[in-house]
Design a protein around this ligand. Structure first.
Ligand code: C2E
Ligand code: CA
Ligand code: CA
Length: 803
């Protein structure tokens, strides 16, 4: 079975095969018919030839007979015969022989055995009887002296028959040629005598018969067949064999020989032209079939091409459909298939590489972008930068203003980042909830930090989302390729390390450097150092004042820890409290802080200052069932009222083991201790939950307060928190007050207490008294002299260490 690559080849092949088969079915029998016909014609020719030959002989007989009769009637000749004048008879015979072109001539006397012949005529006496038998003047073939002759015998009458004249004509090439002229057949004479076997005697010059065939002809003759077909030298001949003379010992045969070739030649020319015509016809038909099958299969081929393109992944090109038949239908089906695949592919691509919320790239796409940039760097040595950007306080914004708002805000930030990229090849991605990343393709450190500054400046102004102005603070970590990492993972990790550092340092952006890593590795040594910090007296208690927002009177302070490391100097709690919690050292720190707070309170009390101090508790502390007991002992030992000590707990610390924490909290509350929820707004718990707890105070996280004068969103969060807290009967404290405006705004909103750098930075416990004196004094002046002078001098400048 032949396999075809194209349908059109199959169609063309099938039709062509049929056509060729039909043509062959016609040509082959034709060929046979033509050959048969040629043979018939040749046979006809030979039959006609034979008749012509017979007629010729009869005609010859007639004319020779008349000529011979003239001699027989010649008076002088008869006279010579009557007188038995042999000399005269002989000369008469000779002259006549010459005149009628006979080869032999005899006079045979009737009565006596007298035979007179011409010089050439050697008469065999044995033959005399035979000659005389043929007396009726007909032509007779005979073999005389071993040679074949035509003999004509005419009686000589005086008036009775007295003798016979016999004229003989040689059967030779001349006779053969004469016959050929009339019959167009080759002629050959053969004879057999008593003395000699079959022998070829003479024939036409062109006769093809040779001695080889003599035997065959003799055989045919013996079988009494007259017509025969022989193949000689690649040609077919028809032979007609006729016996001319036959006795016991002698035979003379004439063979008429006609070639089929002249007839086949004509017919085969006819056949050849038919073959040529057929061939041309088949060619034309083939071309036609090719064209038609192409026309038929062209649309299919076009569809196949389209399908190939789809298979290669080119879904974008629509398939042209310009027929309404099955092919058109197939095209339509293919088109809708292509469209479906395209949509699916696009969707998969979108899902795989896009962040659905922001429409930006996702982490995977970002990683890929970095990979490509790294590959490109190998060729172009072009540096690039990776920035990781985080929105501060996103969680509380999301929680208070709603997820929709949060989503819009994320989209907005994403849009801003996207609009400010440095080149169209830069990639902006959202990596997680509020974390974005930017790949600046052609940016070195200078360009990357310029970009970071630019973005920061943009977010200096409040952002407007859903008709609200909200202050968005962002932190950025920057890492450069190849300076800060040679793989995309390392690069992103380092940018994130830098981002983390920017949060710790409260910097707008930080460029990664290996020192950041050292900081982290140093954590381990810090942990072991921290263990000794208490014993070695390296911890300090700082106090940050808290005032009544309305009256600005000092109510007390928050106790904040500081660690003065012998080598590293002052270390802030953000840098060691988290791992102190993880390692459990926090309990010792808390105990130390509680002890120190009680000492300070007792000290104040002795000076007549009735202040309160708030101490921060951690998760572990809230799970420590002995804590209430320990505090009770401390209070007792320092003869302090439970009201003097406040405890700040965060929502997070309550969450780890809520049951245990609640038990501890209830015990503490029962002891009359004042409990405050710290960093409110950054956690996840609802006010409804907190309300069940025996807490008296809510501290709004500083991130909402710090910019509430510039940011209406923040202000509204603060306002609603104050209102809600008041509804629940809670005291509200705002921390992070950095300027007068915020303080004033909080007063208007009905906030109870305030804490912040504007009022006082955390300070060593011994400085508190000095601050207190100044603050109270200043506020009295304020009240007396008015607002104008109030902030011309910062009362705290110069003597309070920063933070
Ligand atoms: P916190 O409890 O929210 O403490 C208030 C923090 O806000 C302090 O940072 C203070 O310096 C800072 N702060 C106060 N007013 C302002 C202001 O107007 N502007 C700005 N920017 N910041 C202001 P600090 O002292 O570094 O403490 C950081 C955190 O460390 C504390 O946050 C608290 O969670 C923890 N911490 C401090 N001391 C202790 C401690 O003795 N025990 C425990 N468990 N945690 C502590
Ligand atoms: Ca606190
Ligand atoms: Ca706080």
């Amino acid at each position: 079975m032949i396999k075809f690559k194209h349908i059109r080849s199959r169609i063309a092949f099938t039709f062509l095969s049929v056509v060729v088969a039909i043509q062959l079915a016609g040509l082959i029998p034709l060929k046979y018919a033509l050959v048969k016909h040629a043979n018939e014609l040749a046979q006809d020719q030979i039959n006609v030839g034979e008749r012509v030959f017979v007629n010729l002989l009869q005609h010859n007989t007639q004319s020779l007979k008349q000529a011979t009769q003239v001699l027989a009637a010649d008076f002088a000749f008869r006279d010579a015969v009557a007188s038995n004048d042999a000399e005269t008879i002989k000369s008469a015979l000779e002259s006549y022989q010459g005149r009628i072109h006979a080869q032999v001539a005899y006079y045979i006397s009737n009565s006596e055995d007298l035979v007179i012949g011409t010089a050439d005529s050697k008469f065999d006496l044995n033959a005399r009887q035979a000659i005389l038998q043929n007396q009726n003047g007909t032509l007779k073939f005979d073999i005389v002296d071993g040679k074949p002759y035509q003999l004509i015998t005419v009686p000589v009458k005086a008036p009775d028959v007295i003798g016979w004249i016999v004229m003989g004509f040689a059967v030779d090439g001349r006779l053969a040629d004469q016959i050929k002229q009339l019959t167009h057949l080759d002629v050959t004479f053969l004879q057999k005598t008593a003395q000699q076997d079959w022998k070829l005697m003479s024939g036409t010059g062109t006769s093809q018969l040779s001695n080889v065939l003599v035997k065959t002809i003799a055989d045919i003759y013996r079988q009494k067949l007259s017509l025969h077909k022989v193949d000689l030298h690649g040609q077919t001949y028809h032979l007609k064999i006729r016996s001319l003379h036959e006795t016991k010992d002698e035979v003379l045969l004439v063979v008429l020989q006609g070639s089929v070739a002249p007839f086949t030649r004509e017919l085969s020319q006819l056949f050849q032209s038919m073959v040529v015509l057929t061939f041309i016809g088949v060619l034309i038909f083939a071309a036609l079939i090719w064209y038609v099958s192409r026309k038929i299969t062209e649309p299919i081929a076009e569809l196949v091409k389209n399908a190939d393109e789809i298979a290669m992944g080119d879904y974008a090109k629509e398939i042209d459909i310009n027929s309404s038949d099955e092919v058109g239908y197939l095209g339509k089906a293919l088109n809708s298939m292509r469209e479906a695949v395209l949509q699916r592919t696009l969707r998969i691509q979108r899902l795989a590489f896009n962040d659905e919320l922001s429409g930006l790239s996702n982490r995977l796409a970002f990683m890929q972008g970095m990979q490509q940039a790294i590959t490109r760097h190998a060729e172009t040595q072009q540096k690039f930068s990776v920035l990781v950007i985080n929105i501060h306080r996103f969680k509380p914004i999301n929680k208070t203003l709603g997820r929709d708002f949060g989503d819009d805000l994320l989209r907005h930030v994403g849009q801003v980042l996207k609009e400010n990229i440095l080149s169209e090849h830069d990639v902006v991605a959202r990596l997680s909830a509020d974390e974005f990343a930017i790949l600046l393709q052609y940016a070195d450190q200078a360009k990357a930090t310029q970009y970071a500054d630019k973005i920061n400046r943009i977010f200096d102004a409040p952002v407007h989302v859903q008709g609200q102005a909200i202050d968005v603070r962002i932190g950025m970590g920057i890492a450069l390729y190849p300076d800060h990492g040679v793989s995309e993972e390392a690069l992103l990790n380092h940018a994130e390390t830098a981002l983390h550092e920017s949060k710790v340092k409260k910097a707008e952006w930080i460029v990664y450097n290996t020192a950041l890593e050292i900081d982290q590795s140093e954590t381990l040594t810090l942990i072991s150092d921290l263990k000794q910090a208490i014993d070695k007296n390296q911890l300090l208690l700082y106090i940050q004042p808290k005032i009544d927002v309305k009256t600005r009177k000092t109510l007390g302070g928050e106790a904040l820890i500081r660690w003065v490391h012998p080598e590293k100097g002052m270390i802030f709690p953000d840098q060691f409290i988290p791992f102190a919690e993880q390692t459990g050292i926090i309990s010792e720190i808390t105990n130390w802080m509680l002890l120190r707070a009680c000492q300070v309170l007792a000290d104040y009390k002795s000076q007549g200052l009735h202040m309160s101090l708030a101490v921060n508790l951690s998760t572990r502390d809230l799970n420590n069932m002995e804590l209430p007991e320990q505090i009770a002992e401390l209070l007792k030992a320092h003869r302090l009222d439970a009201k003097a000590l406040k405890l700040e707990i965060t929502e997070g610390s309550l969450m780890q083991d809520p049951e245990r924490a609640e038990t501890v909290v209830r015990k503490l509350a029962a002891m009359g201790l004042h409990l405050a929820i710290d960093d409110f707004g950054t956690g996840y718990s609802s006010l409804a939950y907190l309300r069940q707890l025996p807490v008296q105070e809510l501290k709004i996280d500083r991130s909402f307060v710090m910019f509430m004068d510039k940011n209406s969103g923040d202000a509204s969060i603060v306002k609603s928190t104050i209102d809600l807290a008041h509804n629940l009967g809670l005291n509200v404290v705002a921390e992070g007050i950095e300027n007068e405006d915020v303080l004033g705004q909080l007063a208007k909103l009905g906030c109870d207490e305030g804490q912040g750098y504007f009022i006082g930075k955390p300070m060593p416990e011994k400085d508190f008294a000095i601050w207190l004196e100044r603050w109270e004094g200043q506020n009295e002046i304020d009240i007396d002299i008015g607002d104008d002078l109030s902030f011309s001098v910062n009362p705290l400048d110069g003597f309070i260490p920063p933070r």
